[in-house]
Design a protein around this ligand. Structure first.
Ligand SMILES: Cc1cc2nc3c(=O)[nH]c(=O)nc-3n(C[C@H](O)[C@H](O)[C@H](O)COP(=O)(O)OP(=O)(O)OC[C@H]3O[C@@H](n4cnc5c(N)ncnc54)[C@H](O)[C@@H]3O)c2cc1C
Length: 264
């Protein structure tokens, strides 16, 4: 059942993205990579990833991009307003399988939102993991999300590498899509887990570049974005061949979806 939560913080991050924070309702537990169905009565619902880590017991954070009818209405909400949520739903990243391993995070655009939950969870017990690297690609510098946090993560021992798609005045960093960064990462392929979230077009090329680095399918995790309505494996909107993305995903290992031609 949907329940109302009161927004305690609303922060404009970029022209298109806004961060919404509320206190976790009683018994609220989740894994990084899981999502909520978020909405307003009379306007509808949309799946939105939880962007804060489970270890943060004070705030649940959602970062929402304004793209269409519901998200435009949500962007008008202010502190003190009610937001309706259902969930958490789906299967997130298997953090427990990542202990002691090196982790390569690859984010494209708003894909950083669900990855941020995982990154912050891992950084909250930094010593339990090996090398941490984040490759983050956006179209232009104005679209970089959580800029201050990226600097903080770097200080906390994560190798953060940014790239923008096309040259931009004043940008001194890497130019090119995020896959251009993959060959330059030094990694121990056998001990590395890779977590990827981004637009669907990105997955194919990232996976090809990781394949060239001889990474195994069971060590590559990706989150699939599909149209979702119920979030509970009933309506079939998010079905890919025999699987329901909302229930069995959105996070899958490459091994699990390799045989599904429509997945990537
Ligand atoms: C598991 C999962 C997690 C997600 N997590 C997040 C998240 O954390 N943050 C986030 O911002 N998003 C997230 N999304 C995406 C989000 O759910 C969608 O962007 C959402 O459906 C938008 O709802 P809307 O009603 O605002 O957009 P809609 O009105 O449904 O529009 C969606 C898309 O269709 C296009 N569109 C709409 N109307 C038209 C039209 N008339 N003609 C042509 N194109 C049109 C829009 O431009 C837009 O690209 C997630 C999706 C999934 C599946």
């Amino acid at each position: 059942m949907p329940q109302a939560v009161e927004l305690e913080r609303v922060e404009r991050l970029t022209e298109k993205e806004t961060l919404f924070a509320f206190s976790p309702p009683e018994g609220f537990v989740f894994q990084p990579g899981q999502f909520l169905m978020v909405g307003l009565p009379g306007y509808g619902e949309a799946p939105i990833s939880i962007s804060s880590p489970p270890s943060d017991r004070k705030d649940v954070e959602l970062c929402i991009r304004r793209v269409g009818s519901l998200t435009t209405i949500l962007h008008r909400l202010q502190r003190g307003d009610a937001l309706w949520i259902r969930g958490p739903f789906g299967r997130g990243f298997p953090v427990e399988k990542m202990h002691r391993r090196d982790i390569l995070f690859i984010a494209g655009g708003i894909g950083l939102v669900p990855l941020r939950s995982l990154i912050k969870e891992v950084l909250s017990s930094r010593r339990g993991y090996g090398h941490l690297t984040l490759l983050y690609g956006v179209k232009s510098p104005e679209e970089i999300l959580f800029e201050e946090e990226l600097e903080r993560w770097q200080k906390e021992g994560m190798d953060v590498r940014l790239t923008i798609d096309r040259a931009h005045p004043g940008w001194k960093g890497n130019v090119g899509v995020v896959t251009t960064l993959v060959p330059r990462v030094e990694m121990d392929e056998k001990n590395t887990v890779c977590c990827i979230v981004g637009p669907s077009v990105m997955y194919k090329y990232v996976i090809l570049s990781l394949g060239n680095r001889s990474m195994r399918g069971e060590d590559i995790y990706l989150s699939l974005e599909r149209k979702m309505k119920c979030g509970m494996g009933k309506c079939g909107h998010c079905q890919i061949n025999s699987i329901y993305t909302c229930e069995e995903g959105p996070v899958f290992s490459l091994q699990e979806i390799r045989h599904l031609p429509e997945a990537i």
